[in-house]
Design a protein around this ligand. Structure first.
Ligand SMILES: *Cc1c(COP(=O)(O)O)cnc(C)c1O
Length: 302
């Protein structure tokens, strides 16, 4: 799953690495993402488009058929993935009634609660999907997203996204490694005397004489404004808190007591502060931290 620009990390380089590792089926959400990925990957792998598209709109891509109207449009044409809804009530057909003749490459469904292993909807969806698949003998299935894989929900084609990028599949200890690090340079270090405030709306007031590092990343880069007063970075192996409001291009950190200079890097995301941990402080999920990663960052692939 390399939708949303490979979860913010760069769809083309991520997909090329996956392809080199043996991946033969790719998923994106939008037709335009599919066409761009086709150009990046060449001819061989399947590129499925979750949102579907009308015939002719995304050459070289395979549509996911979510509605009867789309099924009619694709009847007698190219192979499709058929999406059935088994309880999420998002995209997909409720059943197979009224379906015209279709060349179905895979029948797929999507789990609503796979990150909560105890949720009863998981088993409900598993049973419903098995019943639908029994009506399509010989058609391979595509079931599990990342968390579904960790639930042990097997099928011919899994669709992992988040797990590829190290996001935890369920609450608790994460069996996956953090695969990214985000560093931002310190532009300026300033001494802020006790009683002075920092940033827009003066929301943070120095309780002691403080040393503040101003870093070149802000909410326009996906360093979420919700991290104001909550986030932290890592400098010289120590956690340094965000002080005041995150602004569009800049964020201030309290580095009092740490020797640093302009040009030094503060690590905003990394193994010691992974996307899930950053997300918790921003009131969101690791997925949103990754997909928010801004266009102004220079991405390097190791
Ligand atoms: C995004 C998505 C996935 C991947 O989900 P992860 O939780 O990131 O593994 C799989 N299937 C569908 C239909 C999706 O929309």
């Amino acid at each position: 799953m390399v939708k949303a620009d490979g979860y913010g990390l760069g769809a083309a380089p991520v997909a090329r690495a996956l392809r080199a590792a043996g991946c033969s089926h790719f998923f994106v959400a939008h037709a335009a993402e599919g066409v761009a990925l086709r150009n990046a990957l060449g001819e061989a792998p399947m590129i499925a488009v979750l949102n579907g598209f009308p015939p002719g709109a995304a050459p070289g891509c395979t549509p996911v058929v979510n509605t009867l109207e789309m099924a009619q449009a694709w009847s007698g044409k190219a192979p499709v993935l058929l999406h059935v809804d088994t309880g999420m009530n998002r995209l997909g057909l409720p059943g197979l009634e009224g379906l015209p003749p279709l060349d179905i490459a895979y029948v797929m469904t999507h789990l609503a609660c796979a990150d909560d292993p105890a949720h009863p909807l998981n088993e409900t969806q598993r049973v419903r999907f098995a019943a639908l698949r029994a009506q399509l003998p010989g058609v391979p299935g595509s079931f599990a997203n990342s968390s579904g894989i960790f639930l042990g929900y097997d099928s011919e084609l899994a669709r992992p996204g988040a797990a590829l990028y190290g996001i935890a599949p369920a609450p608790g200890p994460n069996p996956l490694r953090c695969v990214l690090r985000l560093d931002a340079p310190i532009l300026q270090i300033r001494d802020v005397p006790a009683g002075d405030t920092v940033g827009y709306s003066a929301t943070w007031r120095a309780a002691r004489d403080s040393c503040i590092a101003v870093v070149a990343a802000g909410y326009a880069d996906g360093y979420l404004r919700a991290l104001s007063g909550h986030g932290f970075g890592i400098l010289a192996g120590r956690a340094v808190p965000v002080v005041g409001r995150v602004s569009m291009d800049l964020t201030a950190f309290d580095i009092t007591g740490i020797a640093a200079r302009a040009g030094d890097m503060i690590t905003l995301i990394g193994p010691d502060n992974p996307p899930d941990a950053v997300a918790e402080r921003a009131g969101t999920i690791g997925y949103e931290i990754l997909t928010s990663l801004g266009a102004r960052y220079r991405r390097e692939y190791v």
